[in-house]
Design a protein around this ligand. Structure first.
Ligand code: NAD
Length: 442
C-alpha cells in the first residue's frame, strides 16, 4: 500500500518505518530539512532501540523514502498520516497549528481520494477541524474531491517504540463510515495477526481514548507519589506498600512506581490538554488538575532533600545520573532532570551529569555553561562531587560499584529519585541514602 507520513519525529519515523518493514511503500515528509538530510544519509536523529537497523534496511530496499517535498508526499499515498507535534499552547490546550497546517497542505496538493489519518494526540473535535480545513482549501481551489478523516491515536512508548508498533496491545481506529474502517483494517492486518487487536469506534471516542489512557497512567504515578510523600512523613516504606497493594489483581504491579515526577512529551501536556478540554465544556476536572499539581510538586522533592541535607548549596557540586525523562530514550522534554538541574543552579550549585544516550540532547538544550559539566561516564560525574542524585532508572545505574563510588565522591551521599537501591545495604556501606518514600538509614 502507498503511505505518506507527515512528521518524522518519534511517532512519525517509527510509524513510517514499521509500515515499510511489512512491505508497504512509504514516503515520510518533514519540514525540517536538516532532519530529512540526515535520514537520507542513513542517520537516525533520535535514539530508539532497534530503529536504526530497520530504517537502514527499508531505505536500502527502496520502501522508505524521506523528503521535504510535501507535494510529492501528498501525491504518493492513499493514506496520509498526520504525525506532527501537538505541543501545549500557553493556556495548556493542545496547539493544533502543525496538524492543521498539514491538513491544508494535503488539501492543496491532492488530486484524488485520500484517507487522512490523524496519529498525533489531538483533542476531541480535531477531526472535524481537519475535515473543515481540507474542505476550505479544496473549495478555494474549486476542486471537488472525496476524502475521509480517521482518528488513529498512537500508543507506542519511547524506548520500546518499534516493538510496541509491531506488536501493539490495541489499534484504535475512529471513523465515521464502515468503508474507511475496512481500509484501516487492511492496512493494519500485518500487525493484527495473532488476535484481533483493532478496536473500531466513533471518531470522538477514539480521540478521547488516547487522552484517557495517558491521564490514567499519569494518575497512577501521581497517586503513588502522593503516598510516597506520606510514607516519608509517617516513617513507612513505600516500596513495601507498593508490593503490598500490587498483589491485589484489581490494582496490579505495573506503573505504580513512586519517583521524582513524570516527564516526557506526552503525560504532562496531555493531562493539561484534557483538563483544558474539560474546562472548555464547562467541567471542572479536579482530579486531572491534582494529578498535574502533584507531579509539579514531585519534581521539587529531590531538590528539597538535597537542600535539607546540605543547607547552603552555593559552591556544591552534584553528580547527576540520568538526563532523559526515562530509560532507553534520549528525549529530555519535561524531564525531571531539567527541573532539578535548574533548581540546583539557582541555588548556586554546579552539576556534573551523565546519561547513556541524552548527552547530545542536553548540550543542545543548555549549550556550554560553567555550572554544567557533561561527563563521558557515570564514574567521571562522581569525581569530587558532594553527592550523587539519580533521576533516570537506566539499567546501568542499578548495580554500581559502591566502593568505587565512595572513593570518587567527596561525601558518600546519594539522593535516589527512582528507589534503585536497598537502603539497609547502602547504610551498611556507610552511605547517607535518601530515596522517595523510604526511611533514611543513618
Ligand atoms: P516530534 O516533535 O518528535 O516530531 C514532530 C515532527 O513533525 C518534527 O520532526 C517536525 O519537524 C515535524 N513537522 C512539524 N510540522 C510539519 C509539517 N507541516 N509537515 C511535516 N512535518 C512537520 O513529535 P512526536 O514525539 O513524534 O509526537 C507527535 C505526536 O504524536 C504528538 O501529538 C504526540 O503527542 C503524539 N504521541 C507521541 C508519543 C511519543 O512517545 N513521543 C507517543 C504517542 C503519541
Amino acid at each position: 500500500m502507498k503511505i505518506t507520513i507527515f512528521g518524522t519525529g518519534y511517532v512519525g519515523l517509527v510509524t513510517g518505518t514499521c509500515f515499510a518493514e511489512v512491505g508497504n511503500d512509504v514516503v515520510c515528509v518533514d519540514v525540517d530539512a536538516d532532519k530529512i538530510e540526515r535520514l537520507n544519509k542513513g542517520e537516525v536523529p533520535i535514539y530508539e532501540p532497534g530503529l536504526e537497523e530497520l530504517v537502514d534496511r527499508n531505505r536500502k530496499a527502496g520502501r522508505l523514502r524521506f523528503t521535504t517535498d510535501a507535494k510529492a508526499g501528498v501525491e504518493h499515498g492513499l493514506f496520509q498520516f498526520i504525525a506532527v507535534g501537538t505541543p501545549p499552547d500557553e493556556d495548556g490546550s493542545a496547539d493544533l497549528q502543525y496538524v492543521l497546517a498539514v491538513a491544508g497542505t494535503i488539501a492543496e496538493h491532492m488530486s484524488d481520494y485520500k484517507v487522512v489519518v490523524d496519529k498525533s494526540t489531538v483533542p476531541v473535535g480535531t477531526a472535524d477541524k481537519v475535515r473543515a480545513r481540507i474542505a476550505e482549501v479544496l473549495a478555494k481551489r474549486g476542486a471537488s474531491l472525496e476524502f475521509d478523516v480517521v482518528s488513529n491515536p498512537e500508543f507506542l512508548k519511547e524506548g520500546a517504540a518499534v516493538n510496541d508498533f509491531m506488536k501493539p496491545d490495541r489499534i484504535i481506529v475512529g471513523t465515521d463510515n464502515p468503508r474507511t474502517t475496512e481500509l484501516l483494517r487492511a492496512l493494519y492486518a500485518p500487525f493484527n495477526r495473532n488476535h484481533d487487536r483493532l478496536i473500531d469506534m466513533d471518531i470522538r471516542s477514539a480521540e478521547l481514548t488516547k487522552y484517557a489512557a495517558n491521564a490514567m497512567l499519569a494518575t497512577k504515578i501521581s497517586f503513588m507519589n502522593e503516598l510516597a510523600n506520606l510514607a516519608d512523613r509517617l516513617g513507612a516504606d513505600i516500596e513495601h506498600v507498593r508490593i503490598g497493594i500490587g498483589s491485589d489483581p484489581r490494582i496490579g504491579y505495573s506503573f505504580i512506581y513512586p519517583g521524582c515526577g513524570y516527564g516526557g512529551s506526552c503525560f504532562p501536556k496531555d493531562v493539561q490538554a484534557l483538563a483544558r478540554t474539560a474546562s472548555e465544556v464547562g467541567y471542572d476536572a479536579q482530579l486531572l488538575q491534582s494529578v498535574e499539581d502533584v507531579n509539579l510538586r514531585q519534581k521539587e522533592v529531590l531538590f528539597a532533600k538535597i537542600k535539607q541535607h546540605f543547607g547552603d548549596l552555593a559552591g556544591r557540586r552534584i553528580a547527576l545520573w540520568g538526563l532523559a525523562f526515562k530509560p532507553e530514550t534520549d528525549d529530555m522534554r519535561e524531564a525531571a532532570s531539567r527541573r532539578l538541574m535548574e533548581a540546583l543552579w539557582e541555588a548556586g550549585a554546579t552539576v556534573a551529569a551523565f546519561d547513556p544516550e541524552a548527552m547530545e540532547e542536553a548540550s543542545r538544550i543548555y549549550g556550554k555553561r560553567a555550572d554544567l559539566q557533561l561527563c563521558s561516564s557515570a564514574e567521571q560525574a562522581l569525581e569530587g562531587a558532594d553527592a550523587l542524585a539519580i533521576v533516570t532508572e537506566w539499567s546501568v545505574f542499578r548495580s554500581p560499584d559502591f566502593a568505587g563510588m565512595k572513593q570518587r565522591l567527596k561525601q558518600p551521599v546519594i539522593f535516589d529519585g527512582r528507589n534503585l537501591y536497598d537502603p539497609d545495604r547502602l547504610a551498611a556501606q556507610g552511605f547517607h541514602y535518601y530515596a522517595i518514600g523510604r526511611p533514611v538509614q543513618e
